[in-house]
Ligand binder design. Structure first.
Ligand code: NAG
Ligand code: NAG
Ligand code: NAG
Ligand code: NAG
Length: 400
């Protein structure tokens, strides 16, 4: 009893400490963002303690908490919702009920969660995908994949590829009444990594006859080569996604080895052999002037340790794709949030595509935080989340 009271008191003190962390000035609903931010940081801190005591891993606690928010497939008057399997991978399908004389567009949606948590079953994704299907009169396919650290790169990627490959077959598209020339692949955060990687693959591989018309990347992770971009420096303490927490979770996609996490935090994880690739993510040349501010460019310090050759792979860091691979990228939408360590990943990708003469639409949310789309349902409701949803849907409506 005394122990429980002590723990509760301790958690309250930690929460109070975090709630007083200053919020960026221009943020809408600062107290709500502050509450969510403090809740995440407190959970993270308590998890660190329990992990340290050898009780339970941090990612397991987060994954368990997130599952509370799952919802089962429920059809409504407009949309039939079902869970099924596409070539071994779980998918949730949203099929419009109204009659249509022509074939429909389709959106493949890949959820975020740093590769360690999340599912299309989360209420926020179910809501978004249902909304997409209804507003666009589109078929929506939400894909799940096995999660890290149990399943590491490239397993999650391959899970999604196999579902995408299955769906893109002529006879499957025909069965769902989908127009093969109007398919978009979308994803947020780490789902954006997978969406961009799969776009690069599908557009360049002759094995895929049906290509994407568009890709939509919502505050995507597009590289783990340089973890000290200006946005990583400016927003290292959050809100929502502090740099250290992001790296701790994200590094599990590659390995459970704490030495790798440590090297990534110090930004000296990339092996010597990657020197020639640094120019592909050089923010000094690829970031628009107004985001460089007074930051000074320093190259990541390279490591003589080559235990992780996958760090050089463009399927892990889509920004490592060469210009010739990017050349075939379809119409692209990128949404970035100002108060987000991943802001510059999106901005650099936009520059790379535009340098090749490709068409990119960009929405930048000046008061936005990472994961905004996850905050569209009670009790985590932010107007900003609805704003991001509206912008994404508007772009799809006009372009798909
Ligand atoms: C069904 O679609 C109509 C027209 O778009 C909309 O007004 C209605 O709210 C939708 N119903 C549901 C349950 O989403
Ligand atoms: C190389 O990195 C691996 C994983 O981080 C680590 O286990 C190993 O000790 C490192 N080797 C050297 C020589 O630093
Ligand atoms: C990055 O860009 C700066 C400025 O253009 C340049 O001086 C530097 O050599 C570049 N570094 C790499 C690794 O591309
Ligand atoms: C990158 O990883 C993918 C997935 O494992 C693999 O198929 C591909 O061969 C790798 N590319 C290189 C250059 O190693």
């Amino acid at each position: 009893m005394a122990c429980k009271a002590l723990c509760f008191g301790l958690i309250c003190i930690i929460f109070a400490y975090y709630i007083y962390a200053p919020m960026p000035e221009n943020i809408e609903e600062p107290w709500k963002v502050g509450l969510i931010d403090a809740a995440i940081k407190t959970t993270s801190f308590v998890c660190m303690l329990t992990e340290y005591m050898g009780l339970i891993r941090k990612d397991q606690v987060f994954a368990t908490l997130v599952k509370v928010d799952y919802t089962s497939p429920v059809s409504d008057s407009n949309i039939t919702v079902t869970d099924t399997i596409f070539s071994g991978s779980p998918v949730r399908l949203y099929l419009p009920k109204r009659k249509s004389d022509s074939r429909r567009p389709a959106v493949i949606y890949i959820h975020g969660g740093a590769f360690v948590l999340g599912s299309f079953k989360l209420k926020c994704y179910d809501y978004l995908n249902r909304w997409t299907a209804n507003t666009l009169d589109a078929v929506v396919v939400a894909v799940d994949y096995r999660l890290s650290p149990e399943y590491q790169f490239p397993v999650p990627l391959e899970d999604v590829i196999s579902a995408v490959k299955f769906f893109l077959q002529d006879e499957i598209l025909a069965a769902y009444g989908v127009d093969p020339t109007r398919i978009c692949i979308s994803g947020d955060s780490s789902g954006g990594t997978l969406a961009a990687t799969i776009t690069h693959l599908v557009q360049n591989d002759a094995e895929f006859k049906n290509k994407f018309k568009a890709q939509a990347l919502l505050y995507p992770v597009l590289q783990i080569v340089d973890l000290l971009l200006p946005s990583y420096q400016e927003h290292q303490h959050g809100p929502i996604l502090p740099r250290k927490m992001g790296i701790e979770m994200g590094s599990l996609y590659i390995s459970k080895d704490k030495a790798l996490t440590q090297a990534m935090i110090l930004n000296n994880h990339m092996p010597l052999e990657s020197r020639h690739l640094l120019t592909l993510v050089n923010w000094s040349t690829l970031l628009p002037e107004n985001y460089k501010k007074n930051h000074l460019y320093t190259e990541p310090v390279l490591s003589s340790n080559s235990s992780y050759p996958q760090l050089l792979n463009s399927s892990l860091s889509p920004l490592l794709a060469s210009d010739s691979q990017l050349q075939n990228v379809p119409l692209t939408y990128v949404l970035t949030c100002e108060h987000d360590i991943l802001r510059d990943d999106g901005l650099i990708y936009i520059t790379r595509l535009r340098n090749l003469g490709l068409k990119v639409s960009h929405d930048h949310i000046e008061d936005g935080v990472h994961g905004a789309l996850s905050f569209t349902r009670f009790p985590f409701y932010l107007r900003m989340g609805m704003k991001v949803k509206e912008k994404y849907i508007r772009w799809l409506k006009e372009n798909l």
